[in-house]
Design a protein around this ligand. Structure first.
Ligand code: T46
Length: 142
């Protein structure tokens, strides 16, 4: 279930079952608030090399750290928040138009990501100044 909060960071806790080892279940719509079109995972990350550093125009995602740890930095143009993920049953919702960075990973870290959209390089905003101007333009229109 998605915990309601005014915070930028929204943790999605998924059920964990013990059956000769643990099994965690992410499922639409019970705990994933979008239809999953794509799944990818990231491993063998290089220490001290941050990843992410972008926002998505349309794509929404949930990121699980299923092994090791990652420090997640989120920024919506108004506020910035950070959290360390190290529990495989805790996902973080990466909404569209949220700048995100993945920090402090190492070769043990494995990130599993569920995405609402197929890969599209045009969906990425990789320039932070452009991101800030797009979110402030959206705010002025509302
Ligand atoms: C994100 C964070 C959480 C593909 O060709 N198809 C794909 O589905 C993905 C995810 C990536 N790529 C290519 C694009 C780049 O040439 O893989 C390369 C590495 O992607 P990127 O530098 O965006 O990787 P990260 O780890 O910085 O970011 C990834 C996702 O790409 C991104 O969407 O939100 O994880």
């Amino acid at each position: 279930m998605v915990k309601k909060s005014t915070k930028l960071i929204r943790i999605i806790k998924i059920p964990k079952i013990y059956d000769d080892g643990y099994l965690c279940i992410a499922q639409t719509p019970d705990n994933v608030p979008f239809n999953i079109k794509r799944v990818y995972y990231i491993f063998d990350a290089k220490k001290d090399l941050p990843r992410g550093k972008h926002a998505h125009k349309k794509n929404k995602q949930i990121l699980f750290c299923i092994q090791g740890k990652v420090r997640m930095h989120l920024d919506n143009g108004k506020k910035k928040e950070e959290i360390v993920l190290s529990n495989p049953e805790d996902g973080i919702l990466l909404d569209k138009m949220v700048w995100h960075e993945m920090l402090d990973m190492d070769e043990k870290t494995i990130l599993l990501v569920l995405a609402s959209e197929n890969f599209d390089a045009k969906d990425y905003i990789r320039d932070y100044k452009e991101f800030l101007s797009l979110v402030s333009f959206k705010d002025k229109k509302q």
